[in-house]
Write a protein that binds this ligand. Structure first.
Ligand SMILES: NC(=O)c1ccc[n+]([C@@H]2O[C@H](COP(=O)([O-])OP(=O)(O)OC[C@H]3O[C@@H](n4cnc5c(N)ncnc54)[C@H](O)[C@@H]3O)[C@@H](O)[C@H]2O)c1
Length: 331
């Protein structure tokens, strides 16, 4: 990875959704590499954007509070950009049910604006888009590789899939260098802790730190692929540094076999407070339950040499440590 990281020296990097969880962790990795980083974030209150996330690097980056749905802001910020990490999103599959028009507006229309701006104003830029395991829908076989059928169960999943296809079309039709990463369940420092609508690991860490009840739907036997944010950042940096931005889709995942209850037990063990309770599945969540998910990541390993390196116990330990220090900025 040494060589890939070196390519960011002096590069102009734009991170949409950059004040959020994954975007801000990317920014923290890019600043020491000598990249010229701009964060574009609308700071919509319901999502994970948090100015505290850039504490320590705020003097070394530009932050633009603006919306990817606003072409005038994109016209100002996109020219001259070498790499775009395209992460802005309505991130909750639960909210996509109640607010489907908002979801299509941000997750589809917004990304068409980003791609159009890149096509017109920075056609040489590399664009890495954050997609989700939820594009697969019900899981038929594990581990899941990129050829697994895509039949999303939520509006969010449908729109993420549409945005993936946009990124592919801009490569096929216009030669824009795009790549798509399908994320499993991310967790780690700088994630929002306000509600359980995305990142259940973060939410359970909060519950445990508050000595509360961690509610497990059903038996919790389903497998999940929890990926620590540093590993996610490493995957984005590698893909954005290489010429593997040819419209391809890459799964990323931890390669660990972890049941939902194992994650809960690990959180309780590390925090040393809180307790677990099994409750019946709420209807909304049951409808969206995909079954066990584990990513097959051979494609990205072959393409750019990426593999996850942080185990779940280690990742939870680091995450708990972060929120113990900075909880007032997230609670
Ligand atoms: N967190 C998860 O569980 C998860 C799982 C899979 C994929 N992803 C994807 O990863 C990406 C990053 O998510 P995250 O976990 O960092 O979430 P996050 O909520 O912490 O970050 C998203 C950021 O996007 C910003 N944003 C939302 N709408 C915007 C708009 N119209 N214009 C500009 N900024 C806008 C928000 O203010 C927020 O800071 C998203 O594309 C998300 O869909 C997240």
């Amino acid at each position: 990875m040494t060589d890939a990281r070196a390519t960011y020296q002096g590069k102009k990097v734009l991170i949409t959704g950059g004040l959020g969880f994954i975007g801000s962790n990317l920014a923290h990795a890019l600043v020491p590499l000598g990249a010229r980083v701009t964060l574009l974030d609308a700071l919509l209150p319901q999502y994970g954007g948090n100015p505290f996330n850039i504490r320590g690097i705020d003097d070394h980056i530009r932050v633009i509070q603006g919306d990817i749905r606003d072409p005038r802001i994109l016209a100002d910020e996109v020219p001259g950009t070498d790499v775009v990490f395209n992460l802005a999103a309505q991130v909750s599959y639960v909210d996509s049910t109640t607010e489907p028009f908002l979801d299509v507006d941000i997750n589809c229309v917004g990304h068409l604006h980003v791609l159009e701006a890149i096509r017109k104003l920075a056609p040489e830029a590399k664009v890495c888009f954050a997609s989700s395991r939820l594009v697969y829908g019900r899981i038929l076989t594990t581990p899941v590789d990129e050829s697994h059928p895509t039949q999303p169960l939520s509006i969010y999943g449908v729109h993420k899939l549409a945005a993936e296809k946009y990124h592919r079309i801009y490569y096929d039709r216009d030669g824009i260098h795009t790549a798509i990463l399908r994320l499993p369940n991310p967790y780690g420092p700088r994630q929002q802790m306000k509600h359980a609508k995305y990142s259940i690991v973060g939410w359970f860490i909060r519950q445990a730190l508050d000595d509360g009840v961690l509610r497990v739907f059903g038996d919790g036997e389903q497998e999940r692929d929890y990926l620590y944010v540093e590993d996610i950042v490493d995957a984005f940096l590698r893909v954005g540094a290489t010429d593997r931005t040819d419209g391809e889709v890459y799964n990323i995942g931890s390669l660990e076999r972890v049941r939902f209850v194992d994650m809960v037990d690990e959180v309780l063990r590390v925090v040393g407070r809180g307790r677990k309770e099994h409750v019946p599945w709420p209807k909304d969540y049951e409808r969206n339950e995909t079954g066990s998910y584990r990513a097959d990541t051979r494609k990205i390993t072959t393409a750019v040499g990426w593999e996850a390196s942080v185990s779940l116990p280690e990742g939870i330990r680091r995450t708990v440590d972060y929120y113990q220090r900075f909880r007032t900025h997230y609670w």
